[in-house]
Design a protein around this ligand. Sequence first.
Ligand SMILES: Cc1ncc(COP(=O)(O)O)c(C=O)c1O
Length: 419
Amino acid sequence: MRDSTASPVPTGDRQPWDVEDIDRLLARPARVAVGRVGEPPAGRPLIGFTAGVPDGETFPVEEIGRAVDHVLATEPVQALEYLPGSLHGLVELRRLVVERLEPEAGLALSEANVTITSGAAQALENIGRTFLDPGDTFLVEAPSYRGGIGAFRGAGGVPVPIEMDGHGIRLDQLRTTIERLAVEGRPPKLLYTMPTFHNPTGITMPLERRRQLVEFAARRRLLLVEDDAYGDLRFRGDTLPSLYSIAGGLGVLRCGTVSKTIAPGLRVAWVKGQPALVDALVRMRFDNGTSAFLQRIVCAYVNQGAFEPHVRAMVELYRHKHQAMDAALGEHCSSYASWTEPDGGFYVWVTLPPGVDCVALQEQAWDEGVGYFLGTAFYTDGSGRDRLRLAFSNVPIEQIPEGCARLGRALARAVAGRA
Ligand SMILES: Cc1ncc(COP(=O)(O)O)c(C=O)c1O
């Protein structure tokens, strides 16, 4: 029998944990903050060009609802259990990826070339843990997507930045950096690149540079990680072949996602590669698989015929939003700043006038009622103070001119204060 008079289990020290207590426990990569992002003052309404997310008003709620009903009516048990068999993902969805979601001109691919992940974010983490040992170098565009940098750093990788020009990553600098790293005895294993509608710059790499990059990487057995989160959202110009297709499917892992086209809450994405690379990724997955339910919902949604028209509508929407932003920046900011002109995606990358710092400018911008993403957040070495990112995707189109006017007023104040 239990002794009800026994003293309670000792509780020890119930003092709250200090930040230092937690910091002491952190793994080394977790101590590296990739450009901290400040919080705007509470209660002040901002026009926020901050988040790189789709326009929530356009989520295809009815069609997703029909897909959910269809899945629960036709395959309820399969949808709610672990996906049996393999961590590669649902075979039907992997086939849809190569046939409809992301076909590659001139390549005959099958489900063996695809694994499904919970968002492209998981794909990048999976790639990092599969190919990088702690201390291994990886090459990254400067600037680059902070989630990608973080995923590879999380695996213990050490980023080495390569500058971009208006056509993407600079191949001259890539060459000299690789030579230097070879001399230093730390050759890089992979290059993380976004050749199409780059985050944060919006830049697209032209065909000739794509070919040169693929050839350069193939000769050195440098793995290319091609992040193509925005590739479907082209509102100008002709579609270009992916690095993956130029490489004939060899030595490239191409990541795609439905987050920017359908909805990020679905957490459905994929990696394409030669089967040996895909299998290596799957061996390093310990997550019991991507949600069978969500994968089946995406299949049902695409099979309804809803995907392609939805993407066409999104392209039109973002074309108009981008036009609104470009025109308003021209009207309100052209005396102070210059900016990129993307052919697709969500972002415009702004270069600030000399002496204006994106971190200091943020206070004035919040004061005027506009938000942006700090340029410094996209670099690994503290640079980017003269840059900022504007996302036009999720701001109602009628607010875009006013947001740019507010940015113009903040810039005017910063320039006046500089003198
Ligand atoms: C370039 C890039 N890659 C990957 C992701 C992650 O996407 P997902 O929602 O599929 O994890 C994002 C999201 O912002 C992104 O911008």
